[in-house]
Ligand binder design. Sequence first.
Ligand code: FES
Length: 319
Amino acid sequence: MAETLELILAEREELTPYVTRFVLRSPTGATLPGYSAGAHLTLTTPSGEKRSYSLVEAGEQQPTEYTVCVRREDQGRGGSLSMHRHARIGDTLTVSGPHNSFGLEPARRYLLIAGGIGVTPIRSMANELRRNEDAIVDVVYLSRSRDDTAFAEEFEQSGAVVHHSAVQGRFDLWPLLAEPDEDTRVYCCGPQPLIDDLLALTMHWRPSRVHVEDFAGVDALGGRQVPFQAVWEPTGEQITVPAGRSLLHTLRDHGIRVPSSCESGTCGSCRIRLISGEADHRDLVLTEDERSRYMMPCVSRAAGPEVSVAPDGFEDPPH
Ligand code: FES
């Protein structure tokens, strides 16, 4: 399980009117746990909410700092606003990670596609891949306008396609994806409509060649929130999970210990068994196969009125 660290906010810089860069260091100057491109941290924001942010620099074995970029979401529920408004240089922030569920796999050619603030892991990947002279790397960076484009100049100078939809209209990805290529891996991070588009346009690709991450990460209180019943299978206890409270925290409210780390559906540490009922899976961890038998209670809820759950490792009762 990844460590929890208390780090000092050492630098902050406005990259655009919406995007601010935050640099975190150890209070003692010690090196930090290493990470590879595509990894993210889970930060506890000054308002106490947990949010996952991708690391924007190339991977390092022994980094002395972590850099994340946060887009201010005025209509969000406060995590990014809290970072923008209340995180001050010198503050101590609690960080868990780094975790990586979006790592680079070996390939000869990479097509990296970023939408908006989804550029953060893509920048880390592009910079990491530049260390490998044999890799062919093509980057497409889509945003609404130049004002909304962190690192615009850097990407333009590196030869990436940088496209602003408010000025140039919708970018057509099809010419880049029409011919599936076994030696190419596609990585895309951005808002859900971009990911949906990409997945639709790569239906004819081998699934293992296409990697996506929703930059918004997963949010324990996001999505539709309705109450549901959970039955804790080992004891038969009936538990009501209210709207606005995660299954993980509701189980804990009832004295049931479930380990956790990121609490944002990305690290895998809170996995429990799904014994019956249908889950509304909101994590980025479980495979399709695993989803009928497990769920991640930090973010996922019941799809119907009730689920029956148990600790990881619990066996189905004999029928
Ligand atoms: S605590 Fe990390 S996936 Fe649930």
